[in-house]
Design a protein around this ligand. Structure first.
Ligand SMILES: Nc1ncnc2c1ncn2[C@@H]1O[C@H](COP(=O)(O)OP(=O)(O)O)[C@@H](O)[C@H]1O
Ligand SMILES: [Mg+2]
Length: 262
């Protein structure tokens, strides 16, 4: 699936979060959206998958603009998409297996036996064979993320959206989830859009990356380009430096002014 994001703007009242975002996602690639906390990554992802309407711009999937697409058209596309959102919340009252079965039941009319087999396959895929009858409260944080991933992949999506899929895990668990994401997205050639503020994750899963700052894409390229760039803003972000062009302390009035569009 080829995704083209053109001049996407999002305003909440007078506040601009996105001021004209542009980038493409090529079929089968993993595009990582990076940026500091509060820069609008989750907002952008919600716009990209049609949960929120942008205030301006277009988001096209193989030529279809979802901003102007009908509800019916949206439903048709959504059936082919998988979601793994921030918090990765599983339904606490459902077992692991029921969680993975949820999107299957929602989108496809299938025999219980078939659903059972599909759930088992997806749990195998994330290394959780035999965990289907446990409840989310009975498994570790890393396992919860794996189940969220299995659920996102339940219907073999064409496009996968992920918001901070390894957030809140210790570094080892986080690396394991990144590795799993890399394995799954490469094996299946799913077109993936992944949002993260963690550089290590970004570099381990990305085919290409964009850096979101001040409501626009300030840099775009292959991980190698980001690793070797001398651009002070990108360097500050990648190296996690306190000193650089990104101001950490700001005057209140200037801050408020910067949030309003010109
Ligand atoms: N529904 C909303 N209403 C008003 N402001 C919002 C809403 N959602 C997000 N924001 C604001 O938009 C900015 C970007 O938020 P978000 O997209 O969650 O950032 P990120 O995911 O990069 O941390 C934040 O300042 C946030 O407070
Ligand atoms: Mg976010």
């Amino acid at each position: 699936m080829r995704i083209i994001v053109e001049n996407v703007e999002k305003q909440y009242g007078p506040r601009y979060v996105l001021r004209g975002v542009n980038f493409n996602v090529e079929p089968g690639e993993t595009l990582v959206i990076m940026g500091g906390s509060g820069c609008g990554k989750s907002t952008l992802l919600r716009v990209l998958c049609g949960i929120e309407k942008p205030t301006a711009g277009a988001v096209t999937y193989n030529g279809e603009d979802i901003v102007t697409l009908s509800e019916g058209g949206m439903d048709r596309l959504r059936k082919r998409w998988g979601f793994c959102f921030q918090g990765g919340a599983l339904f606490g009252s459902m077992t692991v297996g029921e969680n993975v079965a949820y999107p299957i039941r929602e989108h496809a009319l299938l025999d219980e036996k078939v659903i059972d087999i599909m759930v088992k396959m997806k749990l195998d895929m994330v290394g959780l064979t035999g965990f289907g009858d446990l409840y989310p409260s009975q498994i570790s944080g890393g396992m919860v993320k794996r189940v969220a991933l299995a659920r996102a992949m339940a219907l073999d999506p064409e496009v996968l959206f992920m918001d901070e899929p390894s957030a809140g895990l210790d570094p080892v668990m986080s690396a394991a989830i990144d590795q799993l994401i890399l394995d799954l997205t490469k094996k299946t050639k799913i077109t993936t859009i992944l949002v993260t503020h963690e550089m290590k994750s970004a570099f381990s899963v990305a085919d290409r990356m964009v850096l979101l700052h001040g409501g626009v894409v300030v840099a775009e390229g292959k991980p190698e380009t980001f690793r070797t760039t001398a651009d002070p803003l990108i360097r500050q972000f990648i190296d996690g430096l306190a000193d650089g062009p990104i101001p950490l302390r700001r005057n209140r009035d200037e801050y408020l002014k910067s949030m309003i569009g010109n």
